[in-house]
Design a protein around this ligand. Structure first.
Ligand code: BGC
Length: 359
């Protein structure tokens, strides 16, 4: 909890500096000078993008800049479609692109085209790799996400010898998925048996369910833990185990603190998730985008690091992820206003919420 607060405060300071950087044209916090800002998100199967990232980003741009507008597209996991969407935005005269890439390597072509048009690119959440045409990167410490998942699983396994763990990783085209996987392996390798491991195309929950069903058949249902990279893939793995009659369910990890996952944690079907303060991420991106759309130079003090993308060190802001189990739902996602008690404790979960001390 301490971590979340500190980051939020740091960011709030950063947001102010970013919004005022360069001075001039600002009245009452909202400036009329600005222009079009392009926001490109990668998919719709994961709840965060349409329910959190997009509305929070748009609201912050509106609050900071009356002269700005947001052009929005979601690529539905299609990298070629995302390239066309970006090109259309460049033709349409956007002054900055905020890009959450479907395919981090392929998206280098988008950054190169933007650079040729003198349009800065902010890599949002996922890093665009292998190009010097990238200006900024805003995300979380993604190796840490995998470490939190691995450590939580070890806690849940409670020293069990030769525990058999199935890894359901994310999409192989997402640089974050690579980092989550590395982080989890750095904690679990040598301590558990990696019985089966899959990279899940498109982060698809349906494909995760198929992968888990295959693992259960191959392992005769003997699984002691599931390292699922996010809540969507974790949900798929849990569905496969329920169908195969696995009882009790072994500990399953996740990420995103999706409402459905928080409810599964309350009910005891999922062991943990990783909360990432998407509001802080989306608002920092909006603030940086407004600064750039207004032709101002962001204050470098607001960027807390550099991340190498295989071509250059990209000025970056990396936020801190937090592990969430039944024991700290109240002190994390509820305390931070990500979900309310009423969101979580619907009729089906009322008794489990009371037992968990949430209602
Ligand atoms: C994001 C996760 C998300 C996943 C699937 C990752 O790049 O960091 O929050 O669950 O993509 O969209």
């Amino acid at each position: 909890m301490k971590g979340i607060r500190i980051v939020t405060i740091l960011l709030a300071g950063g947001l102010l500096t970013l919004a005022c950087g360069g001075g001039g044209g600002t009245t009452g916090g909202s400036s009329s000078s600005g222009g079009k800002i392009g926001l490109l998100l990668p998919e719709t199967k994961t709840a965060r993008y349409e329910s959190k990232d997009r509305p929070l980003f748009e609201a912050k741009v509106k609050a900071l800049c009356s002269g700005c507008s947001v052009l929005y597209q979601n690529a539905n996991q299609d990298a070629a479609a995302q390239q066309s969407q970006a090109e259309a935005m460049l033709t349409n005269g956007v002054k900055v692109l905020v890009l959450d890439a479907v395919d981090g390597a392929a998206a280098a072509a988008i950054a190169v085209k933007a650079k040729a048009a003198k349009v800065p690119v902010i890599s949002y959440d996922r890093l665009v790799t292998g190009t010097d045409a990238l200006n900024y990167y805003l995300s979380f410490d993604n190796a840490k996400v995998g470490q939190l998942q691995g450590n939580a699983l070890l806690t849940a396994l409670n020293g069990k010898a030769n525990a058999s763990v199935v890894f359901i990783n994310g999409s192989p085209t997402d640089n974050n998925a690579k980092l989550f996987k590395q982080g989890a392996h750095s904690v679990l390798d040598g301590k558990v048996t990696v019985a089966k491991e899959y990279d899940t195309p498109d982060w698809s929950p349906d494909k995760a369910q198929q992968e888990m069903a295959g693992a259960l058949t191959a392992l005769n249902n003997k699984v002691d833990g599931v390292l699922a990279a996010n809540d969507g893939t974790g949900g798929g793995a849990i569905a496969a185990m329920k169908t195969a009659g696995v009882k009790p369910l072994p500990p399953v990890t996740g990420q995103d603190a999706e409402l459905a996952a928080i409810q599964r944690i309350v009910a005891g079907d999922q062991y943990m998730t990783v909360y990432k303060a998407i509001k802080a991420e989306a608002e920092a991106a909006a603030s940086l985008a407004v600064t750039l759309a207004q032709g101002k130079t962001p204050d470098s003090a607001t960027l807390n690091g550099k991340v190498n993308n295989g071509a250059i060190d990209v000025p970056s802001v990396l936020l801190v992820p937090v592990a969430v189990t039944k024991a700290n739902i109240k002190d994390t996602v509820i305390a931070d206003g990500f979900w309310t008690k009423n969101d979580i404790c619907t009729a089906d979960y009322a008794a489990a919420c009371t037992a968990a001390g949430i209602s």
